[in-house]
Design a protein around this ligand. Structure first.
Ligand code: AMP
Length: 279
């Protein structure tokens, strides 16, 4: 596996791959890699001749009081896992090169960024869309793979690519969970044993909503209440949101239909955790 840190070197490498008529697949990550990330890499391995994975903790997608500084970093472990997952090039750019002095150009997906996490993390999706477009311009991938764990992020990126005529195919992959149902996340590392047990209620709450829907209930308020009950029984009290929205537009729904998404974000201890389920 080759490691590239410089933007110019990455662009030159990708140009030479494309010149040889070979295709590039990209998996962007913020590192602290777990099985969720690795599932994307294994899938992406099949989508291009050259597999590039990036590790970049993107400062512009963190709010001033968020965990940018504390975010888990494990370069050595990440390198080992990427190599074992068939990655050809690990792209680890430096923040000063991605955001040089005087940087002032951002991308915003105006409507899709507003609900759910956008309400609680102002500027987050602007940071995400901007860094992903920059990564696409640097790595020039034919295909890029993202997890459905970050459901709103996936929609934002797909919309950006469509609206700005970016020639990269954006592929979403299913959420990888622990046996308990807890969605894998780099932020699970913040949880104590007790908090981890509490966190199991997130996926249980979403499954309860899906069970209700599968059983014929369509009133979103009733469904959400059923999910909330599971969270409150587990003493998960700090809930940013638990909502059912249209699976493509994220519009509010009174009556749920297939393809809608139930999504939540809660705070447990130091961690802000998200999860979702498609109805
Ligand atoms: P992150 O490093 O958290 O920015 O995540 C990088 C990519 O991995 C994103 O596309 C995430 O959606 C994806 N990802 C994170 N956790 C999971 C998971 N449990 N299952 C599937 N994909 C995931």
């Amino acid at each position: 596996m080759k490691t590239i840190n410089s933007v110019a070197e990455m662009q030159a490498f990708s140009n030479s791959v494309r010149k040889d008529d070979r295709t590039i697949a990209l998996v962007p990550t913020m590192g602290a890699l777990h099985e969720g990330h690795l599932s994307l890499m294994r899938a992406a391995r099949e989508m291009g001749d050259v597999l590039i994975a990036s590790v970049f903790v993107n400062p512009t997608q963190f709010g001033p009081n968020e965990d940018y500084k504390a975010y888990v970093r494990d370069t050595e472990g990440d390198m080992r896992k990427m190599e074992a997952s068939g990655v050809d090039v690990a792209f680890l750019p430096h923040a000063e090169e991605i955001y040089p002095p005087g940087f002032e150009t951002y991308v915003e997906v105006e409507e899709l960024q507003k609900p759910l996490c956008g309400r609680f993390r102002p500027g987050h999706f602007k940071g995400v869309a901007t860094v992903v477009l920059k990564l696409f311009n640097i790595v020039k991938p034919h295909a890029a793979v993202f997890g459905q764990k970050d459901y709103q992020q996936l929609l934002v990126i797909k919309k950006m690519v469509r609206d700005l005529n970016v020639e990269t195919e954006v592929v979403g992959m299913p959420i990888v969970r622990e046996e308990s149902g807890l969605a894998m996340s780099s932020r699970n590392a913040y949880l104590s044993g007790e908090e981890r047990e509490k966190a199991v209620s997130l996926s249980r709450s979403l499954r309860e909503i899906k069970k209700g829907f599968d059983g014929g209930e369509t009133d979103t308020q009733t469904l959400v209440m059923r999910g909330q009950e599971i969270l409150s029984r587990a003493s998960v009290a700090d809930i940013d949101y638990l909502e059912i929205r249209d699976g493509s537009t994220l519009e509010d729904k009174e009556s749920a239909s297939p393809g809608d998404v139930a999504a939540l974000a809660v705070r447990i201890g130091k961690a802000r955790l998200i999860d979702n389920i498609v109805l």
